[in-house]
Design a protein around this ligand. Structure first.
Ligand SMILES: [Zn+2]
Length: 733
């Protein structure tokens, strides 16, 4: 929807000679009359009017000249507000959204009724998923109901938001305004495809107007991507390129989509082609950079998994991730009664920027992981603040998507696959369960939860900033509710219903036996029972927590001990920054009461607290109290949160496991210690040797002890151990 057209083509027979208006030239282009369009634009470049010259150069794709002429046109006294909008659209097309947005706003300052400026703002917001796109599109329609582009933008947004009714209605409005509303026709085709019907009639209509209009196919492909149908999207990007081989945006998008499916060679060619032809938007440039950085990754394969880890941390992370991944595959295969068709690929990025590139152009930024078919892409714990992120929970979450997308052939509404994935985290561990954050409590209090039938809309283009987080919570809690009331198997029944193309109201009716409205009512009552009290007392909790923080800062541990329990009972699930558990533990420690400090930290741990610092403190208290099993369990929790840059963790855990005679566990931790580049490497090798020896693996024990002695030849305990190992080996031969 980048260019405006709409003036009747019939007028244009002599366009090149008599000099047509810019809109006429664009109409020729839109109708595929490329030679005439070229002449038309060339004629415009010879106009006495700077604005017309700008449009002419734009049409000839001479961007610099177009830009310069727009600059000239908009500084002249008789300049019209629409010139700034057109200039903004040029900049948007050339990947400069911030200057484009400024121009749209300037145009509106001059003329508040300018619908085209709102269309421009809607396009920019839609690309950035910032939540304002629909509002802008609605303003455009309000200002000028006869502006086809405004309806096209609205239709596109509605379909992205899984609202095919609105998408269809808006597209039809655009088509009624002009029989060359090709983008609207593309959206109608996408509606059909997403509903598993044939798009052919609409595609034929588009071809009848302009057989070379590749953008239509690219638009369909983008919608398919937003509906998780990456492989189908590849097919449509290919059609886009076949229709218009010079549609560089489609080459780039094809490359990125293929990357999502785990490929490298073809993406590189497509992205480079786009780049070399001047299509240098952030997505293209960053994706090429990412492909280049793959040389810094190690790839580990076995029968069912492909794991890609950065070389700097692959030795450390591989054992943990591979073990967890195999557990997940076994559990989900049994639960979902299926095996995946091929190996699953998991990529782990220590640089969050690389991860962001991998997910660029997808809604829900700020995510920790993303699944594309059978490829899971996630942050590494080393790329996040310690405590921000549990890689284990994220892996269970993303792998649930892999199974559900496969089971339903990618026909599953966003809310359900997200909800089930969140629910699965809680099935794996109570402590990884869906937690109510302050944003969620406020949404419950203010009755902002969506009806289940409309829940998808909270994910892609949210109405308020926290709505994405709230929607994840709501979707997860709906699955918790279904599991609690009807049983876990009903969730699987719903998966099968979606696979057979049921809508959400149908799935709820046939699997749970009630209407969506009745379901919403029962769910609301359940949520109310679970969190109603916390939601109602939210402000009181916030005020009391503030007092608690002040008391702790004043080192007034008596007040901390007095206020703490009330703060916790008002909102026990709050375990984030400045939580009452941590404050109370600090207060008890100050007063020398280590027993109470340990007890409150256990509560923190059970409530799902993820701060490595607090958990580490708890492990120490448990160890000091002789509770070795508990200390081990606490440190093992930290392994799921922040196993990187944590030499001390692996050393302590290895020692504790060794003392408990869990030699395999000790071997795992001492290897992790070695992979953490410890200060005392000889000692780490020696401890690993001890664990191997105790586990009866004399060969490996000997290798490790020799490695220790190579670093420190005079290391007495190592010398002794070597003799012992050799004697033992000789005896058993
Ligand atoms: Zn997810």
């Amino acid at each position: 929807m980048k260019r405006s057209a709409g003036i009747a083509v019939l007028l244009l027979v002599c366009a090149a000679i008599t000099r047509a208006a810019p809109a006429d030239c664009w109409a020729l282009r839109k109708h595929g009359k490329n030679a005439q369009a070229q002449n038309c634009f060339a004629a415009l470049t010879r106009s006495a009017n700077a604005y017309e010259r700008a449009e002419g150069f734009w049409g000839l794709e001479q961007w610099e000249q177009a830009n310069a002429q727009f600059r000239l046109a908009t500084t002249q006294e008789d300049s019209k507000a629409i010139y700034k909008v057109r200039w903004g659209l040029l900049l948007h097309e050339r990947f400069n959204d911030s200057d484009a947005a400024a121009l749209f706003h300037e145009a509106l300052n001059k003329d508040l009724s300018l619908a085209e400026a709102y269309v421009g703002l809607a396009l920019i917001s839609a690309d950035g998923f910032d939540g304002h796109a629909e509002e802008y599109a609605a303003k455009a329609i309000e200002r000028d109901p006869k502006l086809a582009e405004a309806h096209e933008v609205m239709a596109d947004l509605a379909l992205a938001n899984d609202d095919p009714q609105t998408a269809t209605a808006q597209a039809d409005e655009a088509i009624a305004l002009g029989d060359d509303a090709l983008d609207a026709m593309a959206i109608r085709a996408a509606v059909e495809l997403i509903g598993d019907r044939s798009p052919d009639a609409w595609l034929a209509k588009i071809r009848a107007v302009n057989p070379g209009y590749g953008e239509a196919y690219a638009r369909v492909a983008h919608q398919l991507e937003l509906h998780y149908r990456y492989e189908d999207a590849v097919g449509y990007y290919r059609k886009a390129i076949a229709a218009d081989p010079q549609l560089w945006a489609a080459h780039s998008a094809l490359g990125i989509d293929l990357m999502r499916l785990g490929q490298q060679q073809e993406p590189y060619q497509e992205l480079e082609l786009a780049y070399n032809n001047g299509h240098r938007d952030a997505a293209t440039v960053n994706s090429l950079r990412l492909l280049d950085s793959y040389k810094n990754f190690d790839t580990f394969r076995d029968d069912t998994t492909i794991i890609k880890l950065n070389k700097s941390e692959s030795a450390l992370l591989l054992p943990y991730i591979r073990t967890e991944l195999h557990t997940i595959l076994a559990v989900y295969s049994k639960k979902y009664q299926m095996t995946l068709p091929g190996p699953v690929q998991v990529e782990v990025y220590p640089d969050h920027e690389d991860f962001a590139v991998r997910t660029m152009g997808m809604p829900g930024l700020g995510a920790l992981g993303v699944t594309f078919g059978e490829v899971v892409v996630m942050d590494s714990p080393s790329g996040r603040k310690p405590g921000d992120f549990n890689w284990g929970a994220t892996l269970w979450h993303e792998m649930s998507h892999v199974f559900i997308l496969t089971a339903t052939n990618h026909r599953v509404p966003r809310w359900f696959t997200e909800g089930l994935a969140v629910h699965e985290e809680g099935q794996r561990s109570q402590e990884w369960k869906n937690r109510v954050t302050p944003d969620v409590l406020v949404a419950i209090r203010d009755r902002k939860l969506l009806p289940v039938e409309k829940l998808d809309r909270g994910f892609v283009y949210p109405d308020y900033p926290a709505q994405v987080i709230v929607s994840y919570f709501q979707a997860g809690s709906i699955c918790d509710f279904i599991s609690e009331k009807w049983g876990e198997t009903k969730l699987l029944d719903m998966v099968h219903s979606y696979a057979k193309l049921a809508t959400t109201p149908q799935a709820i009716q046939q699997d749970l036996g009630l209407s969506p409205e009745e379901f919403d009512k029962q769910y609301q009552a359940w949520i109310e029972k679970q969190y109603g009290a916390e939601a109602e007392h939210f402000d009181e909790w916030r005020d009391k927590l503030r007092d608690l923080v002040k008391a702790e800062e004043a080192k007034d541990h008596q007040t901390v001990e007095r206020l703490g329990p009330a703060v916790i009972s008002l909102y026990p699930q709050y375990v984030d920054d400045a939580n009452a558990y941590g404050l109370m533990a600090a207060g008890y420690a100050l007063g020398g009461d280590t027993k109470s400090a340990a007890a409150i930290l256990v509560k923190y741990e059970r409530a799902g607290g993820q701060s490595p610092e607090l958990l580490n403190r708890l492990a120490q208290l448990e160890q000091d109290a002789g509770e070795m099993t508990e200390a081990i369990a606490t440190l093992e929790r930290i392994n799921y949160i922040y196993p990187v840059k944590n030499e001390d963790l692996h050393h302590r855990l290895g020692d504790l496991l060794y003392a408990q005679k869990d030699f395999d566990g000790a071997i795992r931790e001492f290897k992790a210690l070695l992979a953490s580049n410890p200060v005392d490497k000889a000692c780490a090798e020696f401890e690993l040797a001890q664990a191997y020896y105790a586990a009866g693996q004399n060969d490996k024990a000997q290798d490790s002890v020799l490695a220790a002695l190579e670093i420190a030849p005079d290391y007495r305990p190592a010398q002794k151990l070597l003799l012992e190992i050799q004697a033992s080996t000789a005896k058993s031969n």
